[in-house]
Ligand binder design. Structure first.
Ligand code: SF4
Ligand code: NI
Ligand code: NI
Length: 722
């Protein structure tokens, strides 16, 4: 068979299965039965993007079948073969969708937190919130690429080596087929948080990763559904994915490969195939497949040499250390634990000096103990000609990420509420406290090379030192910084900053970052932007010299509008910084929270990405989120960071923070302190957070209103919001 015949045959197999399954589900469930994947606002996303058709019930699956068939023309033209690939993708999505009609969770592992301890193994459909979670790491190149591994490798060790290699480089790896069993056998750490995602056993489940790429285009790119050419251009240019096929391929795999190629994702097979240069490659040597894959997709990995016995990779950032695997613990309310970055005098510093003062985790006194518990104080001293005091907090916050990158380490919190856990496995591999120092040293030097010429790390574990230094040295520094931060307002600075990072995924979006309004992803504060400008002068954060405001209430500046228009190529010409109704700032799609108007309450609700249920306006986070994004302005909806809840500039044009009537409880608790303080200062109201409704009180409109009335919520007495 030639390559085209292989693709057409594979496609015919999908068609047959899809027709059978649709006929069965029509007969058994009826045409009115709803069809949907969990927690997505984009129907069956691939079919929606390719054709513009939103499939919502079984009857429409029949229509989708017809739409797929329209793509099939068996000729000897390359485009027709690729179209057969696209048809295969649509058919695979239909097949998967039918599985979700019969069972709520056909992939049983779906809600299991830790795949490695559970008996179930596959994830299937990825939710919108999960796709959005990938947004920031993708734009920062923290996730430098996406690998899709299909089939069965020669042996499990080889497969494990390849997956670990991708994981160690921070890539996101999706697996389909027996490779999953091989990864389990080799005890690869898996799960969405560890960037190794087992999709499913059948080849059709590969559609769930295609769906991730397609939704990136719908969400961040605001690409119109139905304009498949635009979606293909988007995925080809912006989603750095590729496919590795191990073991003997079959025709269905190659038809799926044709779909991948059509989206711009090259496929590399282990077993011989007639190559198509740059698109379909044959790489029989397993030891070269990683290099070949990265090269063909032009993925460049920055390597930092670190003296550490375990892997250090952004892929391990989300790893949790539970009690049963824990070896040592610092902080977490049991012992004191703080961390600090300070600036030292370069002339007096000794680069790469790492000191542990006090007992290490292998100290004799811990023999026979269940868990090693120590206080910890970490001082990272940096020095350099370009270093500024203001950058200390920016670097200090990175301690959280860098420590989390360690395989077998978990870091929670910051400053003096830091909490660190280490696993038994890491200890057994030889990990000791000095390695925390090694990691911090190496990452500070490599990520902040422009401002850090020398770096020393000291780790204190003596209770006496940790306490004394904490009181005498650390707390006064925190206090001084807090004072400075508190004084930083939009009025007190001359410059705001743009953030263009998300333009790699959302080309017509720009964030305007001010002291009182951080980037909507929550990851970029005004100080971060300022530091980034210093580190990377031509980089994503550029100053806007703000000048006179046109309208202080709305927060409009000619300078801001001009910069927004320029950086979005005219897609957006006017934004206000303080209004949700008039020219609100746009979103890319990776916002932490979405705020929307609840007219009957004369206020707004806020939903965070982690909250799965329906809000009082009848929509979930995902549904609310789909109203905006991709650089589109949607009055009445605004994506923003958690930290904005507590800013006096939060939609201040419409009355500000006291308009908030509902938030999920977790979010409310998280922001309560700052929110209460700000509202008190603005209106005199005490404990405002207690007047804000949450899902544990009520989520339906009427009950929410009742609650607000019983509390005398200020929004009810304010001017009409619309
Ligand atoms: Fe993206 Fe805005 Fe965050 Fe920058 S600040 S990374 S543009 S969301
Ligand atoms: Ni970790
Ligand atoms: Ni973004």
């Amino acid at each position: 068979m030639n390559l085209f015949d292989i693709i057409y045959d594979g496609q015919a197999q999908y068609l047959q299965r899809a027709e059978e399954m649709v006929a069965k589900v029509v007969a058994e469930k009826g045409k009115e039965t709803p069809v949907k994947f969990p927690a997505t606002a984009y129907a069956l996303p691939c079919i929606y993007a390719i054709t513009g058709k939103k499939v919502t019930n079984v009857g429409e699956l029949e229509e989708a079948l017809e739409l797929a068939k329209e793509k099939i023309h068996r000729t000897n033209y390359l485009q027709d073969a690729l179209d057969a690939g696209t048809a295969s993708a649509m058919l695979a999505e239909i097949i998967e969708a039918v599985k979700y009609v019969y069972e709520e969770l056909p992939y049983e592992g779906r809600r299991v937190e830790d795949l490695n301890t559970a008996d179930v193994r596959y994830l299937g459909h990825i939710t919108d919130a999960e796709v959005r979670n990938f947004g920031v790491p993708l734009v920062t190149d923290d996730i430098p690429g996406v690998a899709v591994i299909i089939g069965e490798a020669k042996d499990a060790e080889t497969l494990a080596g390849i997956v670990k290699d991708y994981q160690g480089k921070g890539l996101l790896t999706f697996m389909v087929g027996k490779v999953i069993d091989q990864a389990i056998e080799q005890k690869i750490k898996m799960g969405i948080d560890l960037r190794v995602i087992p999709l499913g056993y059948e080849i059709e489940s590969v559609i769930h990763v295609v769906s991730v790429a397609i939704r990136a285009s719908l969400i961040f790119g605001a690409t119109p559904p139905g304009d498949f050419l635009a979606h293909r251009t988007y995925t080809k240019n912006r989603v750095k994915a590729f496919v590795n096929v191990f073991g003997p391929w079959d025709n269905k795999i190659i038809a799926a490969g044709a779909a991948a190629i059509e989206l711009g994702f090259p496929a590399i097979t282990e077993t011989f195939i007639n190559e198509v240069p740059t698109l379909l490659l044959h790489q029989p040597d397993n030891s070269k497949v990683v290099a070949t894959s990265l090269e063909v997709r032009n993925i460049k990995i920055k390597v930092t040499e670190i003296d550490c016995p375990v892997s250090v990779s952004s892929a391990f950032e989300g790893e949790r250390v539970r009690k049963d695997t824990m070896f040592a613990e610092f902080g977490g309310n049991k012992t004191e634990c703080w961390e600090l970055v300070t600036t030292g005098d370069v002339a007096e510093m000794e680069d790469h000096k790492i000191t542990v003062v006090g007992p290490d985790i292998d100290d004799a006194m811990f023999e026979g103990k269940d868990v090693v518990r120590l206080p910890m104080g970490v001082v990272v001293k940096v020095g350099g000609k370009q270093m500024q005091k203001d950058f200390e907090t920016v670097l200090e916050r990175r301690i959280h990420y860098f420590t989390n990158y360690i395989e077998g380490a978990m870091h929670v919190g910051q400053r003096n509420i830091a909490w660190i856990r280490l696993t038994k496995e890491a200890f057994e591999k030889g990990f000791r406290l000095k390695h925390i120092g090694e990691v911090l040293y190496a990452k500070m030097r490599s990520d902040f090379d422009k401002v850090v010429d020398k770096c020393e790390v000291t780790i204190y574990t003596n209770a006496e030192d940790v306490k004394r230094l904490g009181e005498e040295m650390v707390k006064p520094i925190y206090a001084e910084r807090d004072e400075r931060m508190g004084a930083l307002t939009d009025e007190s600075v001359d410059e705001f900053y743009t953030c263009l990072l998300c333009q790699s995924f959302a080309p017509s979006h720009v964030c305007v970052v001010t002291p009182e309004r951080l980037g909507l992803c929550g990851a970029v504060s005004w100080l971060d932007a300022k530091a980034t400008k210093e580190l990377d002068p031509m980089g994503p954060n550029q100053p806007i010299v703000k000048g006179e405001a046109n309208d202080e209430r709305l927060g409009t500046w000619d300078s801001v509008n001009a910069e927004v228009a320029r950086t979005t190529q005219g897609a957006v010409e006017q934004v206000t910084l303080y209004s949700i109704l008039e020219d609100p700032m746009t979103s890319c799609g990776c916002f932490e929270c979405i705020c929307g108007i609840m007219p009957e309450a004369n206020g707004v609700i806020i939903v965070n990405r982690e909250f799965p249920d329906t809000s009082p306006v009848g929509m979930t986070f995902g549904e609310l989120a789909s109203m905006t994004g991709g650089g589109v302005q949607t009055p009445g909806f605004m994506g923003h960071g958690r930290f904005l809840i507590g800013s006096k500039k939060f939609m201040s044009a419409e009355g500000g923070l006291s308009r908030i009537v509902w938030m999920p409880k977790e979010l409310k608790d998280d922001v309560a302190e700052r929110l209460n303080k700000a509202v008190k200062e603005m209106t005199g109201i005490e404990n405002f957070a207690d007047m804000v409704c949450d899902e544990t009180i009520a989520s339906d409109s009427e009950a929410v209103l009742e609650f607000l009335e019983s509390k005398g919520h200020p929004a009810l007495a304010m001017d009409p919001i619309m």
